[in-house]
Design a protein around this ligand. Structure first.
Ligand code: ADP
Ligand code: MG
Length: 331
């Protein structure tokens, strides 16, 4: 099963009148890291829970390798869900938390403890084996939760917003760790997040969902450099969605050409600089077009310093045809 792909075919979830997941099709290749990305309520968790078998599909299929697992119980699917840290048993040591599912399967104590130590070592927590969860930091609890999920030797690890409870520093550290583990184990990770940064950093494939549908699936580079819809362009950020007579286009904020208007040298959009923000490695301008359109432009500091703009300055904004991404209507 190690080289098995995970496939969702017209997968659907309805709760009464609400269609949470609307006939999605998705292929997650073997040994890959997939991030489901989208705003709150778009159907990410419902999709993940159907893959885990914690929620019944209302329609469609979940196929893993050559097996249709749609109606299999969770324990028979080869999946493991990594729950949030609060799902650790507070009265059990880290070792016993990690060994718990082996105990449920009747594995003898010596064997399950040996295996639990191996998993603790994998997440660099072996020296904490005898501690209780309350004696650990949030990041350490996440590692224990991960070790506990991995002890069943899953072929697919499912993670629902696993990093959202951590402070920014730990979040960065843990996401490197998750990527390392996925590559080391050579299995599929499906990771739900509403953070663009997290998905960009981790994923082989980013799946951008909106209203229960997939707007776009592709590599981080694909999605960022070639957003398919206005929703994707706005959601991943760094782009302007601009209405033109030929339809909506996306142009990256860092690819705009900014000039001072002069007779005969107007831009594609002329307007006024509303604000100038220093962002460290770049400068960000908010521009209001004379037609009311709003444009965000970024420039690196050196470029900006050659042509500095201040709030209130008139400005002419242009872009090259090769930086234009034509957007299709929302799925
Ligand atoms: P996400 O994880 O992307 O925030 P969810 O999959 O949790 O989205 O929810 C998708 C939609 O389904 C939302 O409109 C949500 O209110 C609804 N929903 C989720 N779970 C249930 C449930 N158990 N009963 C009824 N509606 C639900
Ligand atoms: Mg959710």
């Amino acid at each position: 099963m190690r080289d098995a792909d995970l496939e969702l075919v017209h997968l659907t979830k309805r709760y009464g009148d609400t269609t949470a997941v609307d006939a999605i099709d998705l292929k997650v290749p073997a040994n890959s890291y997939c991030c489901l990305l989208g705003p709150s309520g778009c159907g990410k968790s419902s999709t993940l829970r159907m893959i885990a078998g914690h929620e019944a599909a209302s329609g469609g299929d979940i196929v893993f390798g050559s097996t249709n697992v749609t109606n299999l119980p969770p324990a028979k699917r080869g999946t493991a869900m990594m729950f949030q840290s609060y799902a650790l048993f507070p009265h059990l040591s880290c070792l016993d938390n990690v060994a718990f599912s082996l105990k449920m399967r009747g594995v003898d104590k010596a064997t399950r403890h040996k295996r639990a130590h191996e998993l603790l070592a994998l997440v660099a927590m072996d020296t904490y084996a005898d501690r209780l969860p309350a004696q650990l930091s949030g990041g350490q609890q996440q590692r224990i939760a991960l070790a506990r999920a991995l002890i069943t030797e899953p072929q697919i690890v499912l993670l629902d917003e696993p990093l959202s409870a951590l402070d920014p520093f730990l979040r960065l550290k843990m996401r490197v760790e998750l990527r390392r583990l996925q590559q080391q184990l050579g299995i599929i990770f499906v990771h739900v997040t509403h953070s663009q940064d997290e998905a960009m950093a981790l994923a082989d494939q980013i799946v951008i969902m909106n209203h229960g549908r997939i707007e776009q699936a592709g590599t981080p580079r694909d999605v960022f450099n070639n957003p398919a819809t206005a929703f994707v362009a706005r959601f991943i950020g760094g782009h302007n969605v601009i209405a033109t007579p030929q339809g909506d286009i996306a142009v990256r904020a860092d690819r705009l050409v900014l000039k001072r208007p002069a007779p005969g040298t107007n831009g594609l959009i002329d307007g006024t600089v509303r604000s100038v923000e220093y962002q460290g490695t770049y400068v960000q301008l908010a521009i209001e077009g004379t037609d009311g359109r709003e444009i965000t432009a970024t420039a690196d500091e050196a470029t900006f310093d050659q042509t500095p703009f201040s709030p209130g300055d008139p400005i002419a904004v242009s872009w090259g045809e090769r930086d234009v991404h034509r957007l299709s209507q929302a799925a």
